[in-house]
Design a binder for this molecule. Sequence first.
Ligand SMILES: Cc1ncc(COP(=O)(O)O)c(C=O)c1O
Length: 377
Amino acid sequence: MSDRHPEFPLAEDLVYLNHAAVAPWPERTRQAVAEFAEQNCTYGAAFYPDWLKKEALLREQFKALIKAPSADDIALVKNTSEALSFVAYGLEWNAGDNIVTSNEEFPSNRLPWQSLATQGVELRQADLYAAASPEDALFELVDRNTRLLTISSIQFATGLRLDIERIGEFCKRRGILFCVDAIQSIGAVRFDVEACQADFVMADGHKWMFGPEGLGVFYTTPEARNRLKLTQFGWHMMKDTHNYENKPWEMHPGARRFECGSPNMIGIHALSASLSLLLETGIETIEAALFERIDYLRERIEQHPELELLGPAPSHPKSGIVVFRHKKIPNPALYPYLMQQKVICALRGAGIRFSPHFYNGLEEIDRALAIIDHYPA
Ligand SMILES: Cc1ncc(COP(=O)(O)O)c(C=O)c1O
């Protein structure tokens, strides 16, 4: 195991297949954080203007990564849940309105909407396998009272990847707002906010983007963000941010209006370093390398007499996630065994979830599967 990618000096005995949960940091991110720590200890915030440049750079990096028209469409948020709550509590609802989603969303994309029941808003949860296609299953729940459709572009527990361009087109035609939890897509596969005609897109940085926890992206179109009433307030969301005597104040015209106070500067330094790796490598290259690993993994699972591929189905588009089970070893026994053998993975849905990234070696996949074969009888 000496062929580690130079940016990922993970422990030799580790097989890291858990990027759909929390990813390791690249070497350059370690360095960025170490330098930021050193600077803070030695000079305090004397270089704050440079930090602001880093913050501006991170918005530009996100703009490039998700193909946003402007860096002004990017807010830096705590996490996906916060951004979803901004949308749920920013929109004006009427009793009788409904929201359409799937019945397999991560709780972050369910709880905020369910909580609107107190305002008479219904959350409709489609069974994505109950119609001709997952998209059709969503469309079948839409009626005249549907105000918003919210969906994870890739489902966390099955790896099912939705055709968000088709969903976006459907929503646009009917005047329904379209919200995409893109945490399982951005950094793994190509993602284009304009092509999918999304009004709101959110993702945290600690999965496929290799960032630390606690810093994510919230994209809004100018029209969509103007429909959101603000739910948090503080100095940083003013148009004239550093004019503290600014009374009365004007709201920032861009998405920065959703950032009420001091930025997560250490997170910004870390995530900017991580995104620089993605952007330098190129998301097309990353997606192609990831799919090569996914194809290999799926093939190996399909050829294995004792493993059963659970998702995504071969007829569905590829994502960075593969879920499988062992026909003889129950998941609750196999999962802790794999973790103890240092195959870092997750227990999700009906099986074991492997989520490699572009830098994993194919031999690591062989090693993980060989470890399964050595499960003590
Ligand atoms: C689809 C999806 N949404 C959201 C999250 C996490 O949300 P947050 O960024 O608020 O922690 C996860 C984490 O596993 C996820 O898989």
